[in-house]
Design a binder for this molecule. Structure first.
Ligand SMILES: [Zn+2]
Length: 508
């Protein structure tokens, strides 16, 4: 057993400024009790005696805030090695440099290390679960097994989903000039895939590596506009058959909204109503981004009981616009929070996301938004857990829930003076104060250091695979530079397309 003794245990229904001091008792992977320090003396003494013999463990949590582990509800593990390589690129030019298909087959060492790197950064920042929307290149069992083994090695909880798409065109393709160079044309067109084959592969993997322990499955379409109806219906059917959450990118950019107006004519140009028609919109669905959702679509999402995973850092870095968080909250849409790719936020840090969740909601008008620190924390914990189909399993500290827990130090300048645990967590903490992290009852970070693997050794191994990665990246950067004038021309054209709403602010 593990006893986490004397920490301030965060309870959203309790005092969130000065959470009560409690002891948390864990047996195997589950929280068994949360009690006042003077309660259940016998059991606690027994755990202490066991700890002396090295059987159990007592974690002194004085001067720490004990939190449910964060849920990174939208993340891609495939480009963690591209951290710091891209700047000032609008979404579509960024996509030209980061999509796995452009990179082709990677070495097994690179697959393992990139998966470890993203997970290590998450764990050290108190993220205990990631939703990895991953693209396998090549799409085979060996590639998947290498990634799954890396997740087991690092000890993070993952809800893994293969991001399927059968239409190759980039979102911006219809708005580009026609005189593109062959290299840019090839990249823009991509290559179509066979929906039935990809769905069969996904189903075979769900059956071959069933959800167990820290490994969970979801299903994903990369984006409704990147998939045929057959693929979207197939994803929905898989979700039904195996009771799995559905993830998809929705309305991330103005180009996607403009394209929706063109291709979803029968549904009034609405991607949301199209999703509804193919069975992709329901309580199991999470829409990543949702920047360019129209007000009437927000009501449809709310009625369907779907979640929006907000990715403020990526939306800002890729110039995608500002998601209508205030309106989504007001309509009662479930909200989750993600850090998205490492190449479009350059970190997996939920604290940056928490702060932006609140601040970005306030850039549109001068009134109070009603989007507060407690909302941000809920999105990063229970909201994310619900989105990932684990609403009764993680996301809160309570008996019966999985012991996915982080301890954040309160004896730091971020919490001095100690006015409000919740507000200082969101607005003052950077992640530097994350001291201890447990996933499924296993201590994976202690004293700010990873326990499952040797960080120094992994960093050295990463340097070994980087020359090959950088070489391929340079090739893609050249294509992107070549494509830039045409893409910027397309963005200017798009700007003139009336899509009935605006998500870029303070322009003129
Ligand atoms: Zn994404």
């Amino acid at each position: 057993m593990i006893l986490i003794r004397g920490g301030r245990v965060y309870d959203p229904a309790g005092d969130t400024d000065r959470p009560a001091i409690r002891d948390v008792l864990i047996e195997n992977d589950v929280i068994v009790s949360i009690t006042t320090p003077d309660a259940d003396h016998e059991t606690k003494q027994r755990v202490e005696a066991e700890a002396v013999r090295g059987v159990g463990q007592v974690i002194d949590a004085r001067d720490t805030l004990v939190l449910p582990g964060f849920v990174n509800a939208h993340y891609h593990s495939y480009d963690t090695l591209a951290k710091g390589l891209i700047e000032d690129a609008p979404f579509d030019l960024w996509a030209l440099q980061t999509q796995p298909a452009y990179y082709g087959r990677r070495s097994k060492a690179e697959l393992r290390l990139r998966t470890l790197l993203g997970a290590m950064e998450c764990l050290k920042g108190g993220i205990t679960t990631v939703q990895d929307m991953c693209t396998l290149v090549p799409q085979d069992e060996e590639t998947l097994d290498t990634i799954a083994a890396a997740y087991a090695e690092v000890g993070i909880r993952v809800v893994f989903a293969l991001a399927l798409r059968d239409l190759g065109d980039l979102d911006i393709a219809p708005f580009l000039p026609t005189d593109l160079s062959p290299a840019v044309r090839r990249a823009v067109t991509g290559s179509p895939r066979d929906a039935a084959e990809d769905l069969a592969f996904a189903e075979a993997q769900i059956r071959r590596l069933p959800s167990s322990g820290l490994w969970h499955w979801g299903v994903a379409a990369s984006g409704p506009q990147r998939a045929s109806d057959a693929l979207l219906e197939g994803v929905s059917a898989l979700s039904e058959r195996y009771e799995l959450p559905i993830f998809t990118h929705v309305y991330e950019t103005r180009a996607q909204a403009a394209k929706a107006r063109r291709i979803y004519g029968p549904h009034g140009g609405s991607m949301i109503r199209h999703m509804d028609a193919v069975g992709l919109l329901g309580p199991r669905t999470t829409l990543a981004h949702g920047v360019w959702i129209a007000p009437d679509e927000i009501a449809t999402i709310a009625r369907a009981g779907a979640t929006v995973a907000h990715n403020p850092l990526s939306n800002m870095k890729l110039k995608s616009g500002v998601a209508p968080i205030r309106a989504l909250k007001a309509e009662g849409v479930g909200l989750a929070l993600g850090c998205d790719n490492c190449s479009c936020g350059d970190c997996q840090n939920m604290f940056q996301g928490l702060k932006m969740f609140c601040l970005l909601a306030g850039v549109a008008d001068p009134e109070p938004t009603g989007v507060h620190a407690l909302d941000a924390i809920e999105a990063a914990t229970l909201g994310g857990a619900r989105a990932l189909g684990l609403g009764g399993v993680i996301g809160a500290l309570a008996p019966g829930r999985q012991a996915d827990i982080s301890l954040v130090r309160l004896d730091t300048l971020a919490f001095t003076p100690f006015n409000s645990a919740a507000r200082q967590l969101v607005f003052s903490e950077t992640g530097a104060g994350v001291d201890t992290v447990l996933v499924g009852g296993r201590v994976v970070v202690r004293g700010g250091r990873l326990t499952m693997l040797d960080e120094t050794a992994i960093r050295a191994e990463i340097e070994d695979v980087m020359p090959a990665f950088r070489l391929d990246f340079e090739g893609l950067r050249r294509t992107s530079l070549e494509a830039a004038p045409a893409f910027i021309e397309a963005l200017r054209r798009l700007d003139k397309v009336d899509i009935g709403l605006e998500r870029h602010l303070a322009r003129r």
